[in-house]
Design a protein around this ligand. Structure first.
Ligand SMILES: CC(C)(COP(=O)(O)OP(=O)(O)OC[C@H]1O[C@@H](n2cnc3c(N)ncnc32)[C@H](O)[C@@H]1OP(=O)(O)O)[C@@H](O)C(=O)NCCC(=O)NCCS
Length: 175
């Protein structure tokens, strides 16, 4: 899945944490209202801190993949994906870049990194906003649950999984 022209992908580092936080908040506030109430969106976006991303990178075993304008390296991000050995932890795109393939490109690269690291399947606790993207990329819903946000509100989440070792045609039911 190609990135839109002018964007590059690179690995995130602790120094990127303030930029990741800004992107994270702007993505939730800009794209969240499609499926969630204003209160749910604010609860989801609140209380993010740069230290949370640094801890995720240094203690939580999370890798961060960033999409950013090639001419603006180190500044405003177009999107990010964070993941562990078998789970997508976060996938967020800036509203300005939405629906242009950034989320797909980040997801495809994260899956490739998981596969290269020996992972054979990947799971995600997907927002209702992310669900269509994951379905398009071959993920199956294995459950629905209520998630308590950092500020204590309850939002619906889809538990989804994908078998990375199975060819796409077989996942779609073709033999
Ligand atoms: C979900 C998200 C990452 C998608 O990023 P994106 O860059 O816009 O996604 P893409 O352009 O790669 O879209 C891929 C496919 O996903 C689906 N999709 C994406 N946005 C959609 C929307 N608003 N409505 C319906 N389907 C959508 C479509 O199938 C789309 O393919 P198409 O454009 O060919 O129809 C982005 O909307 C986002 O950051 N949302 C807020 C945060 C969030 O909920 N993240 C998921 C957390 S698990």
């Amino acid at each position: 899945m190609p990135l839109p022209p002018g964007l590059i992908l690179r690995a995130g580092t602790p120094g990127d944490a303030p930029f990741i936080q800004r992107l994270h908040e702007e993505s939730i506030r800009g794209l969240g209202p499609r499926c969630y109430s204003r209160a749910e969106v604010e609860s989801w976006a609140s209380s993010l801190t740069p230290g949370g991303y640094v801890r995720a990178m240094t203690q939580g075993g999370e890798s961060f993949l960033l999409a950013e304008p090639a001419r603006n390296a180190g500044g405003r991000l177009a999107g990010f994906c964070s993941f562990t050995r078998d789970e997508i932890e976060g996938l967020y795109v800036h509203p300005r870049w939405a629906r242009r393939g950034v989320g797909s490109a980040l997801l495809v690269h994260a899956e490739a990194a998981i596969l290269a690291g020996g992972g054979r399947s990947v799971r995600v606790s997907a927002s209702l906003i992310g669900q269509p993207l994951y379905e398009k990329h071959g993920y199956q819903i294995v459950g629905t649950r209520q998630h308590r946000t950092r500020m204590g509100l309850i939002v619906l989440i889809r538990e989804m999984e994908k078998d990375l070792a199975r060819p796409a045609a077989r996942r779609r039911g073709r033999r």
